[in-house]
Ligand binder design. Structure first.
Ligand SMILES: [Zn+2]
Ligand SMILES: [Zn+2]
Ligand SMILES: [Zn+2]
Length: 382
């Protein structure tokens, strides 16, 4: 089975959101050094963009898409047998030898009494969505083209290519025909703002004499650093008393525009159909199973004819839940559902006239046990 593929699937889900470096089309992020747009009540009203802010813009075409026909369930049966005693012993031997304080005696002397196959299914539904919000943004104005003339296109009609399916990402785009030039609100159009270090005076207290003008050691004498004045030239502003305005970078004017923020998110639902075997299902997060079904469509139809009916029920509720959750606020771009079979075998064995249990699970044949009968004392601390 294609383990690499499965692992990379999981990576997709757990990885930190990332975008291809070149795809972030916001010229503002590099240039503005924290520039902010003037307060919104100073800004003009752009038709179609009367209400900006963090509220998500509902997609105009929601509800128009229909799910496709149900995917065909695999025909074969999945009653895979329990693993062989040799395999069970080999997995247990590897497990015990990886624990420094487990004696290998039980592994060598045990007698198998039962191996039970406990097939477990894992169902995953991924819903890849796009949301759009808008806000005012600005950059220092130094003669760029102002494209304020003309009709601004509606937020959802601006074409923004999807960087990658099923991967979280974010992009900012300038909405055409929304630019306008405004005086800088931070510096009142002056291009310079007061130096906070010296409060406009251009001079700060001398650090060598703490502002007294005198030094006491080795003997009392005038401070050489400030020539006895107690004050020195301000390092921050070079003695001018003001610094270049960070918002407008000294231009005194800002080019303001509406920024469209597009967010792609992969929303994930995972269900493990637990067989009540006593096996802790959270261990399965780390392991791979055998992929039985992969179904991808703009909108998937719940799985209806899988041999294990609890999988159908889980799929039905997950699909319904995701559609209710995302249909009105996001555009659902693509959905993908998968069913995996995860082999689990419960092994019963006798050692020194006592019965013990361990589990061998996953295609990797990992072992889980709660009661290994021969550990040295330090293991109880671990
Ligand atoms: Zn001094
Ligand atoms: Zn200063
Ligand atoms: Zn300014």
């Amino acid at each position: 089975m294609d383990r690499t593929h499965l692992l990379s699937d999981q990576d997709e889900v757990h990885s930190v959101p990332s975008c291809p470096a070149g795809s972030y089309a916001d010229p503002n992020t590099e240039a503005n050094n924290g520039a902010t747009a003037p307060p919104s009540d100073l800004m003009p009203v752009v038709p179609g963009y009367e209400r900006l802010g963090p509220n998500i813009i509902p997609p105009s075409d929601f509800g128009s898409r229909q799910p496709e026909a149900p995917p065909r369930a695999p025909e074969r049966r999945f009653d895979i047998p329990a693993i062989s005693e040799e395999l069970a012993q080999e997995a247990f031997t590897n497990y015990v030898s990886s624990k420094c304080c487990y004696s290998s005696k039980p592994v060598k002397e045990m007698v198998f009494t039962d191996l039970q196959s406990l097939n477990t299914y894992r169902y995953r539904l991924e819903t890849f969505t796009e949301t759009r919000t808008t806000e005012w943004d600005s950059e220092p104005y130094n003669g760029q083209v102002v494209d304020g003339v003309g009709m601004a296109p509606a937020a959802w009609s601006i074409p923004v290519p999807i960087p990658s399916l099923f991967q979280d990402c974010k992009k900012s785009i300038r909405v055409p025909h929304t630019s306008t030039v405004k005086g800088c609100h931070s510096c009142l159009n002056l291009g310079r703002s007061a130096c906070s270090k010296c409060v406009n005076s251009g001079r700060t207290r001398c650090g060598h004499c703490s502002g007294t003008g005198w030094r006491s050691s080795p003997e009392r004498q005038r401070c050489g650093s400030c020539s006895g004045s107690g004050m020195i030239r301000c390092h921050s502003c070079g003695g001018v008393g003001s610094i270049t305005c960070k918002t407008c970078q000294g231009h005194g004017k800002l080019l303001c525009f509406i920024k469209l923020i597009v967010t792609w998110k992969n929303n994930m639902h995972v269900s493990v159909i637990d067989k009540g075997s006593g096996f802790p299902v959270d261990l399965l997060d780390q392991i791979t199973g055998e992929k039985l079904l992969t179904d991808m469509a703009p909108m998937v139809y719940p799985v209806v004819n899988f041999p294990d009916r609890s999988v159908n029920a889980v799929s039905e509720s997950a699909v319904r839940e995701h559609q209710a959750q995302f249909c009105t606020t996001c555009r659902i771009l693509q959905q993908r559902q998968t069913i995996e079979l995860i082999p689990i075998t419960r092994v019963h064995y006798i050692w020194k006239e006592k019965t013990h249990i361990y589990f061998v699970y996953g295609t990797e044949h990992k072992v889980f046990t709660k009661d290994y009968p021969a550990k040295c004392c330090c293991c109880s601390i671990l």
